[in-house]
Design a protein around this ligand. Structure first.
Ligand code: HEM
Length: 420
């Protein structure tokens, strides 16, 4: 396929290059200005970068299927491909399923993520957060990703699904590998190991659902199984296991990354950090601005079901699109001074970080609640917390999921003498 414009920036675009992973926004800004809808040969995808075009794609599931949302980004080796084909017996259930199947599954799941359900979870999240913080509060310095922002969303979600705490370490490792397979460009050895582990992860979900059927508890998996008592449309075993498989991935790295991004930007602005400690009612606004300014999901995918135009550019049937959500969030036609981080921005919520339309993120209330709770507790307990100077942040090698892999923070303990 030839490139529709000769734009050199667009042609050289590589969303897995180190510079881009480190800071994608300058390149995305150039793409938005010079080639807002552009075929990227190295990935065999079209990149869409303007807010209006992305919103239009997301609003039209008939022309833009979500079937490729969870597919491996690049071609896998025949061995890795074979492992996925035979080992992964899950069925598309949510983010990669089109209507009418999607509407049915979404209807069954929506009540489990209602505002009331999430409000009921809040005390538990508050408690997990304070226990994790207690464990490092006296240290004065910590890798906050390792100590808090990684374990908290995983613990919350795995308990919500009903998984035993003892399995958490293993589950987190499996999830990291799925991320590279579906959104990265891993080498052949990695592909082999990761696809094998993805099959183990799927088997785990299948066995877990089977066991849960005879031992219902106070968790989301049991709630889905209980729907069978009263609802002819309840999900079958494979669908329930597929939902568990999908949620156990979607529901924690995304939030870990959001909280990590929030801490990076808030802690590097001490006056804003102190403001949210004094005025916690500003925290939801701060979270929205982080979602806009430095989202934890900067790209999502669709595939065209027929020849279409996107932003006036003809795109053929079967074209795979990368929707630059992070770029949309910096579009100056929507957000004034988009490169400024401003927690009181009145229209921050116009961001597309949770998508839009029928696939709008099912877990957004949970993600917002977890982020708000962590920021409130940290800002109130550690008003002088700061980033350890001189550290370089590293981001995972994939096109979609963005957040610092580690982050050293320090603070003066209240009993410590104030540094001169
Ligand atoms: C900051 C955190 C999160 C971000 C940025 C995020 C982002 C997204 C995005 C971009 C989509 C695709 C939207 C579309 O196709 O239009 C999505 C869908 C989805 N998200 Fe999230 N997500 C986050 C947290 C969560 C959590 C905590 C859960 C579950 C507990 C979750 C579950 C889902 C599910 C199930 C879907 C598919 C919904 C459907 O297809 O109907 N997400 N999310």
């Amino acid at each position: 396929m030839t490139s529709p414009s000769g734009c050199p920036i667009a042609h050289a675009f590589d969303p897995l290059a180190a510079d881009y992973l480190n800071n994608p926004y300058p390149v995305l800004g150039l793409m938005r200005e010079q080639a807002p809808v552009h075929y990227v040969p190295s990935l065999d995808h079209w990149l869409v970068t303007r807010h209006a075009d992305i919103a239009a794609v997301l609003a039209d599931p008939e022309a833009f299927s979500a079937a490729n949302a969870q597919a491996p980004l690049t071609h896998l080796t025949p061995d890795a491909d074979a492992i996925l084909r035979t080992g992964l017996r899950n069925t598309p259930v949510l983010s990669n399923l089109d209507p009418p199947g999607h509407s049915h599954i979404r209807r069954q799941l929506a009540p489990l993520f209602s505002p009331q359900r999430i409000a009921r979870l809040r005390p538990r999240i508050e408690q997990f957060t304070s226990e994790l913080i207690d464990a490092f509060a006296d240290l004065g310095r910590v890798d906050i990703v390792e100590a808090l922002t990684f374990p908290l969303p995983a613990l919350t979600l795995f308990r919500l699904l009903g998984f035993p705490d003892d399995d958490v370490e293993q589950l987190k490792e499996w999830c990291g590998e799925k991320l590279e397979i579906n959104w990265g460009r891993p080498d052949a050895d990695y592909q082999l190991r990761a696809t094998t582990n993805m099959s183990h992860f799927w088997e785990y979900c299948e066995k877990y659902v089977e066991a849960r059927k005879g031992d219902l508890g106070d968790d989301l998996t049991s709630d889905l199984l209980r729907q069978r008592d009263t609802d002819a449309g309840a999900l079958d075993d494979r669908e329930v296991a597929s939902v568990v498989f999908a949620l156990s991935f979607a529901g924690h790295e995304t939030t870990t990354n959001l909280i990590g991004n929030a801490l990076r930007h808030l802690l590097s602005r001490p006056e804003v950090w102190q403001e949210i400690g004094r005025e916690p009612e500003a925290i939801p606004e701060a979270v929205e601005e982080v979602l806009r300014y430095d989202s934890s999901v900067i790209a999502w995918r669709r595939i065209t079901t027929r020849a279409v135009t996107v932003g006036g550019i003809p795109v053929p049937a079967g074209a795979r699109l990368i929707l630059g959500l992070g770029s949309a969030n910096h579009d100056p036609t929507v957000f004034a001074d988009p490169e400024e981080f401003e927690i009181h921005r009145p229209d921050a919520k116009a961001h597309l970080s949770f998508g839009k339309g029928i696939h709008y993120c099912l877990g957004q209330r949970l993600a917002r609640a977890e982020s708000e709770i962590v920021l409130r507790q940290l800002a109130q307990r550690f008003p002088n917390m700061r980033l350890v100077p001189g550290q370089e942040f590293r981001y995972p090698r994939n096109i979609s999921f963005r957040g610092p892999v580690s982050m050293q923070v320090e603070w003066t303990r209240t009993e410590d003498p104030v540094a001169a």
